[in-house]
Design a protein around this ligand. Structure first.
Ligand SMILES: CC(C)(COP(=O)(O)OP(=O)(O)OC[C@H]1O[C@@H](n2cnc3c(N)ncnc32)[C@H](O)[C@@H]1OP(=O)(O)O)[C@@H](O)C(=O)NCCC(=O)NCCS
Length: 158
């Protein structure tokens, strides 16, 4: 067990496989993620490629939970949650390495997050995407009038 910053005893890092024998391991801990690996994954996105190591390190520190998938030691998928663990949560930075896209990993990682014991009772979870509406609708998200956003920088630098 490891004690997380908020006092939660994190179980051992290795959480589970995806059950298909393909060698993908799922993790629910920040300690399974390094800033360097994350920067490598951000390089494949339009919006995350300019993030510096120093920014990513600070971001990880301030993030409530990180969810990731590894294969043969390499991180191939990631997403993160900001939350108070009671009322509200938001999900950010859902990404799968291009070599591993289209195999159900993005959906499996989101389901892993949404069904996690620390997350499944949070009544309102939001996310933002410019392109992935069908992907998120399939996971139960709905588009809702009344959602507002203060975008202080173009999305490529935010
Ligand atoms: C979006 C992303 C995480 C999906 O991961 P994935 O592992 O390829 O997704 P899955 O295999 O679970 O696909 C689930 C469904 O979503 C659809 N989907 C996947 N990527 C999509 C995209 N970029 N646009 C629209 N639909 C997409 C798939 O077609 C699939 O539907 P199908 O089963 O009918 O074929 C991945 O494409 C990615 O990392 N994209 C770049 C990063 C990004 O822009 N992230 C979103 C910002 S928060």
């Amino acid at each position: 067990m490891r004690r997380a910053d908020d006092g939660y005893d994190e179980p051992e890092l290795k959480k589970r496989t995806d059950g298909t024998g393909r060698g993908y391991l799922f993790y629910d801990s920040k300690h399974a993620v390094t800033a360097l690996e994350l920067q490598d994954l951000y390089r494949f996105t339009k919006w995350g490629r300019s993030r510096s190591l120093e920014q990513i390190e600070r971001m990880l520190e301030g993030t409530s939970m990180c969810f990731s998938i590894r294969k043969e030691g390499k991180m191939v998928a990631f997403c993160r949650l900001l939350t108070d663990f009671v009322f509200r949560g938001s999900i950010w930075d859902i990404m799968v390495h291009p070599d591993h896209q289209g195999k159900g990993l993005g959906s499996a990682l989101m389901e892993y997050l949404l069904e996690h014991p620390r997350v499944r009772d949070i009544p309102l979870i939001i996310t933002y995407t410019s392109e992935l509406v069908p992907f998120l609708e399939r996971l139960g998200f709905i588009q809702k009038e009344g959602t507002l956003m203060l975008l202080r920088k173009p999305i490529e630098y935010s």
